[in-house]
Design a protein around this ligand. Structure first.
Ligand SMILES: [Mg+2]
Length: 176
């Protein structure tokens, strides 16, 4: 039996935060950067008056269109797919309008995976897998397998049992 790796989408496979910053900076003429988000979330860094708008961006269909994959992400997932069962576990229940654009993104960028392996989920600890790669450590609570924290500005101060900083490190961890 091949081992199963569940992989988060936003801020793990693709640079959703870059899109978030881009939309925010454009609409409000700001110059917020990823460095400003070290140890925190965008919602805590924008003025109170902007929070609702910033939280609503993922409800807009175009938000998820052609978000850039991280360097090597697609290539490494393709390689892992040869030795592991890959499932994409993306938390989508907070933004149900994101289902279709996220699905389209996954089909476009990960065409070698069956859409039957895409999981649009709420609580990720319901996912049965040997590993979960995710930038949000809260998803590891109650997860049956090994949680692997994928580095993102917001989680850099967190302790992690296993932390991987980029997709080259993911490759080295699983394909050593
Ligand atoms: Mg994520």
């Amino acid at each position: 039996m091949r081992k199963r790796i569940a992989i988060d989408m936003d801020e793990t496979i693709c640079d959703t935060m870059a899109r978030h910053l881009d939309w925010y900076n454009t609409e409000f003429q700001q110059s917020l950067t990823k460095a400003d988000l070290y140890g925190t979330k965008i919602y805590h860094k924008v003025p109170e008056a902007h929070v609702a708008r910033v939280r609503a961006y993922p409800d807009i269909r175009a938000f998820f269109t052609d978000i850039r994959p991280y360097d090597d992400a697609i290539e490494v997932i393709r390689e892992l797919h040869e030795s592991y069962e890959i499932v994409i576990a993306t938390a989508a229940m907070e933004h149900p309008t994101s289902f279709a654009p996220k699905y389209e993104w996954l089909v476009k960028y990960l065409p070698f995976l069956s859409p039957m392996n895409f999981i649009f989920c709420g609580k990720k600890n319901l996912v049965q897998a040997d590993y979960l790669i995710d930038d949000n450590s809260r998803h590891f609570d109650g997860f049956v397998g090994q949680g692997i924290l994928f580095s993102a500005p917001h989680n850099m101060e967190e302790a992690a049992e296993v932390r991987l900083n980029n997709w080259q490190e993911v490759r080295a961890y699983f394909l050593r």
